[in-house]
Design a protein around this ligand. Sequence first.
Ligand code: GTP
Ligand code: MG
Ligand code: ZN
Length: 293
Amino acid sequence: MLNSGRVVATFGKHCLVEADGGIVDCVGRGRKTDIACGDGVEFKPIGPGQGVIERVAPRRNLLYRSDPFKTKYFAANLDQVLVVSAAEPGLNENLLNRCLVAAQAAGIPAAIVLNKADLAQTAALHDHLKGYQAIGYPVIPVSARHDVSPLLPLLAGKTSVLIGPSGVGKSTLVNALVPEADVRTAEISRALNAGRHTTTHTRLYALPGGGALIDSPGMQEFGLHHLSLDQLQAAFPEFRPYLGHCRFYNCRHLKEPDCAITAAAASGAILAGRLRAYQALVEERLAADQLHK
Ligand SMILES: Nc1nc2c(ncn2[C@@H]2O[C@H](COP(=O)(O)OP(=O)(O)OP(=O)(O)O)[C@@H](O)[C@H]2O)c(=O)[nH]1
Ligand SMILES: [Mg+2]
Ligand SMILES: [Zn+2]
């Protein structure tokens, strides 16, 4: 007989499954485990608190990153992706955009959580991020240390994942929102100097008001090897009004003459940081395709 549950943590070949109010330590069947936090699974109990995953339920969506060698899952069956930024350690705009592109390509709504609103440097970053709000990505300033109430209406009843670089305060946000979570967090200097991140695996927490919040390890790189040129272009919704207006019908918006997208960026209608992130992704795609010729 099989039991069903939801994956609340993944650690390599193991995962923790919440079923009937308890936690079961499960391993995947076979060589390769293909399980994401948030997956619905059916498992066979093989001992007290232990099981073997037999089936993964069809996913509504899956957020992941990939390079030519491997794929890394963040989580599945999400209502929204919350990309966390903070003035300390500072904005990595390329990474922010890769997170937004991954969400867009997976068909999951995304918003930007600007944490550490208590720091004076946050105001300038907030101004910069207003350009993202204009594209359609809500920007929510909060302070995990002082006030997370602006997030409550956004999170209620939904399954959300927090992603972003190390040290922006993802786990501190979880601790503020889920009182019993007690996730380990670290002083930035300690975490960054040690060259490793505080959170080492993805974990789902039930929110007291309903819904769930998933904490993930901070990342420095975010490969999107699984996306085609067309998918990359489609993931920048603000480019749409300009597409079809370049001199060349197959313009990639890199260095081609009379490109409507680069002209829009020069006039400020498209954010320079967005065009740079797009171009870096296209260059990577083209370089990878070249290698496989
Ligand atoms: N001033 C200020 N500091 C904060 C705030 N939120 C988090 N921090 C600090 O930022 C540091 C990093 O916080 P973490 O929650 O460990 O960051 P993280 O994003 O989970 O990092 P990884 O697990 O490595 O990905 C800690 O020293 C926190 O106390 C905030 O709202 N204001
Ligand atoms: Mg963390
Ligand atoms: Zn163009």
